[in-house]
Design a binder for this molecule. Structure first.
Ligand code: PLP
Length: 394
């Protein structure tokens, strides 16, 4: 049985959702190796190597923890290791994923204080600063922000969030979700004073789903010593103790670590600055296409445009899901759906991970043809605008 979802007998499915992303052949080949003894003498060498190579991708000299889990697990790990029952957390509801993180916090017995947006822009930094200044008794124990909100295509300014915490002189921890930004959009755990960075394997890191991460500051580690939320699987302490020699307290996802080893090499070979510039360029070409079609990008503030994905609004009275279904049927291409209140209102084009100019033009061609097939009113010329941008900025 073939495990790709192609609806054609020949060829690959075009996976242009904003994660999981396309896994490069080199990474697939790395996974295709015999599983080794995770307590044997060779494993520690691999473990130490990947733990070390992860740090520059997070922009940190501090430890990065790897869980065999999806990103949701790393969200939970960030909360349960640093906080206690009843703690107040300031959360910015920038979209569906921020909403899910807030729901998790509630289920864990935390008290989220919510700063909402209209899901068309990123976290509201002045509102964060005002909330922190008003919190004279320092009830707020953590500020939680999703760096790149995958449901809307809006990227928050974590450097500015840090500056807001500093300006307010507030001691809260800063917890940041980089699940759809790490390895695609510039990120600096140490320089931006982030305490826990949460991430996942299946987007910018070009791996299949199955690994997730916590980068942990000294301040977060200190907080973990007195944090009272119940934890076992997610506990940093036994993990860090085993990681010191490259091992794990329970069975790690061995073959995904082979994949990670190779994917980190690929990012280092390209150079992170070049990786980010490639994503910026593809995102700009995509937005030019969208504007030329006469459609609207979901993100309204150019300072918050995401370089990992673009969410596109369909005109009133038209169905984004109908458009996606037509494109899947005709061109064997998956685009991201609208989530939560954006269901059927937007479709999302993923342009992150292992991606290049021709893949982008193919993707945009599928969208442009799909708009016509599905009868969504638009102007032609979007693909041309993207090609003009790419060929003029090679
Ligand atoms: N946070 C963001 C920004 C995401 O994009 C996702 C998934 O797409 C998640 C959290 C949840 O991660 P997972 O589905 O891997 O558990």
């Amino acid at each position: 049985m073939a495990y790709y979802t192609s609806r054609r007998d020949s060829g690959r499915h075009h996976l242009q959702i904003p994660g999981p992303t396309n896994v490069p052949d080199r990474v697939l080949r790395a996974m295709d190796n015999p599983t080794m003894d995770h307590r044997g003498p060779d494993f520690g060498v691999l473990g130490q190597r990947v733990l070390e190579k992860l740090r520059p991708v997070f922009g940190t000299a501090e430890p990065v923890i790897i869980f065999p889990a999806s990103g949701t697990g790393a969200w939970e790990a960030a909360l349960v290791n640093t906080l206690s029952p009843g703690d107040t957390v300031l959360m910015c509801e920038t979209g569906w994923f921020a909403h899910l993180w807030k729901e998790m916090a509630e289920r864990l017995g935390l008290r989220p204080r919510l700063l909402e947006t209209d899901w068309r822009r990123a976290a509201d930094v002045p509102a964060i600063e005002a909330a922190l200044r008003a919190d004279r008794g320092h009830e707020i124990k953590a500020v939680c922000v999703v760096h790149n909100e995958t449901s809307t295509g809006c990227t928050s300014r974590i450097d500015e969030v840090r500056a807001a915490l500093d300006a307010a002189g507030h001691p809260a921890l800063l917890l940041v979700d980089t699940i759809s930004s790490l390895g695609s959009i510039e990120y600096r755990h140490d320089a931006w004073g982030v305490d826990v960075t949460v991430s996942g394997s299946q987007k910018g890191l070009m791996l299949p789903p199955g690994l997730s991460f916590n980068a942990v500051s000294k301040k977060a580690l200190k907080a973990s010593e007195s944090a009272k939320l119940a934890k076992s699987y997610w506990d940093w302490k036994p993990m860090l103790a085993s990681n010191a020699t490259g091992y794990f307290p329970y069975t790690p996802a061995t073959n995904l670590l082979y994949a990670l080893d190779t994917a980190l090499d690929m990012l280092a070979e390209e150079g992170l600055a070049n990786v980010f510039a490639r994503h910026d360029r593809h995102a700009e070409a995509t937005r030019r296409a969208v504007r030329s079609w006469g459609l609207e990008v979901q993100c309204e503030d150019p300072r918050h445009f995401s370089s990992a994905l673009t969410a596109v609004r369909v005109p009133e009275g038209h169905s984004a899901n109908g458009l996606r279904a037509a494109i899947l049927e005709r061109f064997d291409m998956s685009l991201g759906n609208g989530l939560g209140r954006l269901n059927d209102r937007v479709f999302r084009i993923g342009h992150l991970g292992a991606f290049d100019d021709l893949s982008l033009i193919g993707t945009l061609s599928g969208v442009e043809m799909g708009l016509r097939i599905a009868g969504v009113p638009h102007k032609s010329g979007g693909v041309q605008a993207a090609m003009d941008h790419l060929s003029g900025n090679a």
